[in-house]
Design a protein around this ligand. Structure first.
Ligand SMILES: Nc1ncnc2c1ncn2[C@@H]1O[C@H](COP(=O)(O)OP(=O)(O)OP(=O)(O)O)[C@@H](O)[C@H]1O
Length: 690
């Protein structure tokens, strides 16, 4: 008989109270595997104790053992779950010997027992704390308790014997959960399959029919598609566990009807007991209200994070940097990357290789930044297809919903494996994705909500590792971010970067290494096709309107036009469709160009527009252009002093990039005596797939 402690039991009462009153409490994580909650009806316990005799023992033990001293028989290691017949030794062996996972995290300690006893559970725990295993282990254990499974699976694979269905909001997350589940069941007869959009449905179905399926992991649309097609034979008649991972996101982005439809293919609960589990790092009260009807009235709301405490990890320093304009954003990313790579170079033992995810508010921005970064290189080095990328050995990837699924998979896998890399991403990777060793998360622009901020930051500092969060905003967004984060407890420290405070609209003196960074940026941005810039311009107008509804529209447009002119080197801002102008209420603003007005002189390679950076010699003066005395501003003449403008000391200064191996010599006169100039259009060689 296992004794439990008073604290464990009373804590469970608190959780039960929280669930039944919908008040968000349960302050402290309870670090022990403990009794089933007293709120479970005796009837209900009995039905489960036929499967789990130990639970009956716990129930009997409850009153008599309350006085046992604290800390006794507290399970903290997975091995103990096998030793005590709670989880199959086959599974625990895999965990400990193959996956090298031994100690349970708080959320695992707190939820495994409740999930095993059949309760409906909403679990909230910080990002990267092992929620996936927390729901996978009980699922697998429930399946394994059916001793005949192995024999039946050997005889005939079936798609009519699905015991658990796990729904996730994105394809990548579903695939990732399936990979983790396959690892966990490697030593058993349990079969895991996926059903995700964007992939060959028939191929997956054939595989499922051939191998059988006990755990199905998928996205709502594809799962519904498969189960509603009776001819597939896929059935949820035997379902025991239904999991909504990132439950709040699933409901937030309008999957609720699909999820309700999926549930309609499951037997009514009165006929067949079914457990529902919902896991996320953020569970707004509204979601608890929304899912009440889906869950049994005695569901457990388990939080290992106090709603009044910070929802991000203390070990992830989070900094906000306010840029002078939108045109400062790419230089800021570059400076963060440079600083981090330098730090790692100087102290590789104590700093991680630079591996970052950069989040943007729109697909167009992701595509544009990726394009600009892949095309960056040293303008002064001899032109050669073997010229290393300025950020070498950091590789570049992108991820957003407009990529074909095969490319999404390639990008995601490439980033996963890379030691040093940048992933430019939309919010498709913001939740649940477990890329190893991400050292930095850089968010560009105001996040939609503090929850979105928390999930994005959570891609770093996972499983106790270190990491940094960066938020890049505009100077006038201080009030907005304060308001957004007010109740999240997130502690953002303001940081200063040279590229943030730089006024890109005028000449300035700057350190040599920053000058060099800006030259790389210029080369990259210059090589981005006009159409991409125009699409990004239009998309950003919409995004900014949403993010900053209080900013004056004229100010918004002026910011955008500065970005086009000083950030992207365009002679004029690209025209937008009158329809878009009307939709966002920009009609009649000064400086707005509508599509009909497009002048012919714009023609560049695709005949659509000119480029302020001009051709080989930097056109109307760009960020540097290889001037002896340093660069030139984006559109202003160099000051008479002849001091470097965005390029001080570039001449043969042998700046830090050389030391880093981040490119050749500096501008003219540098070690390699580069010829300057980038060959205009030809300079746009795609250095992708780095
Ligand atoms: N007990 C454990 N000990 C060490 N590592 C663990 C443990 N449990 C899980 N992990 C590892 O921690 C990482 C994060 O786990 P997981 O992706 O499940 O986190 P999560 O809580 O679901 O995060 P998110 O909120 O971002 O979805 C994974 O690489 C996983 O293998």
């Amino acid at each position: 008989m296992l004794p439990v402690t008073r604290r464990a039991t009373s804590a469970l009462r608190a959780i039960t109270f929280a669930a039944s009153s919908s008040r968000c409490i349960t302050r402290q994580p309870i670090a022990r595997l403990s009794l089933p909650s007293t709120s479970i009806q005796p009837q209900y316990i009995r039905s489960f104790t036929s499967y789990f005799p130990r639970l009956q023992q716990y129930a009997e033990a409850e009153t008599e053992e309350l006085s046992q001293s604290e800390g006794q028989h507290e399970f903290t290691r997975f091995e103990e779950l096998a030793e005590n017949n709670i989880i199959s030794p086959k599974v625990i062996d895999t965990l400990t010997k193959r996956m090298n996972i031994h100690d349970m995290t708080e959320v695992q300690k707190m939820t495994i027992n409740h999930c095993l006893d059949g309760s409906d559970v909403i679990a909230q725990a910080k990002t990267g704390t092992g929620k996936t295993l927390a729901f996978l282990l009980p699922i697998v254990q429930r399946i394994l308790r059916d001793g005949s499974l192995e024999q039946r699976t050997r005889q005939r694979a079936s798609v009519g014997d699905i015991r658990a269905l796990i729904i996730s909001p994105t394809r990548e997350l579903a695939e990732q959960i399936a990979v983790e589940a396959k690892k966990v069941v490697a030593n058993t007869a349990v079969k895991v399959q996926t059903a995700v959009g964007g992939t060959q449905k028939s191929q997956h179905l054939r595989q499922m029919q051939f191998e059988g399926c006990h755990i199905l992991v998928g996205t709502p649309g594809r799962v519904l598609d498969i189960i509603s097609d009776r001819s597939t034979g896929v059935s949820l008649e035997n379902i025991e566990t239904f999991v909504l991972d990132e439950a709040d996101r699933l409901l937030d982005i309008g999957f609720a009807p699909a999820i309700a439809d999926i549930q309609s293919y499951m037997p009514p609960r009165a006929e067949r007991n079914r457990q529902t589990l919902m896991f996320s790092a953020t569970v707004p009260k509204s979601v608890v209200q929304l899912v009440r009807e889906t869950l049994r009235p005695d569901f457990k709301f388990i939080r290992t994070v106090d709603p009044n405490e910070v929802q991000t990890h203390e070990h992830i320093p989070q900094q906000v940097v306010f840029g002078k304009g939108l045109q400062n954003q790419i230089p800021i990313i570059m400076e963060v990357a440079y600083n981090a790579m330098q730090a790692h170079k100087q102290d590789s033992k104590n700093t991680m290789p630079f591996k970052a995810i950069v989040y943007f508010g729109s697909t167009a921005e992701v595509a544009m930044a990726f394009d600009a970064f892949t095309k960056m290189r040293d303008p002064d080095a001899p032109r050669s297809m073997f010229q290393p990328h300025p950020l070498d050995p950091c590789r570049l990837y992108q991820m957003h919903g407009k990529l074909a699924q095969a490319q999404r998979t390639r990008e995601s896998e490439g980033f996963r494996r890379a030691e040093s890399a940048i992933l430019f991403s939309s919010d498709v990777t913001a939740r649940g994705m477990d890329f190893p060793n991400v050292s930095h998360v850089i968010q560009i622009g105001l996040p939609r909500s503090s929850d979105d901020y928390v999930h994005r930051v959570g891609r770093t500092g996972r499983a106790g590792k270190s990491g940094e969060g960066w938020l890049v905003l505009n100077n006038d967004e201080r009030g907005d971010i304060e308001r957004k984060m007010r109740n999240s407890g997130v502690d953002l420290k303001e940081a200063d970067l040279v590229t943030a405070s730089l006024d890109m609209t005028r000449a300035a003196q700057i350190p040599a290494h920053i000058s060099r960074l800006l030259k790389y940026v210029e080369v990259g941005v210059k090589s981005v096709p006009y159409n991409t810039k125009a699409a990004t311009y239009a998309a950003l107008l919409g995004v900014l309107q949403q993010q900053n509804p209080n900013r004056r529209k004229q100010a918004q447009l002026d910011m955008m036009n500065n970005l086009a002119k000083y950030g992207w080197g365009m002679q004029q801002p690209p025209p937008i469709s009158p329809k878009l102008a009307q939709r966002i209420g920009f009609g009649g603003l000064q400086g707005l160009r509508l599509e009909e007005e497009r002048p012919r002189e714009f023609g560049d390679r695709d005949g659509r527009g000119g480029d302020r950076f001009g051709g080989r010699d930097g056109g109307t003066r760009g960020y540097g252009g290889g001037s002896r005395d340093g660069g030139r501003s984006f559109g202003r003449d160099a000051p008479p002093s002849g001091k470097g403008v965005y390029g001080g000391g570039s001449r043969g200064s042998g700046d830090a990039f050389d030391a880093m191996g981040m490119g050749g010599g500096s501008s003219r006169g540098g070690p390699r005596g580069g010829s300057g100039g980038l060959g205009g259009r030809g300079g746009g060689r795609d250095f992708n797939r780095r």
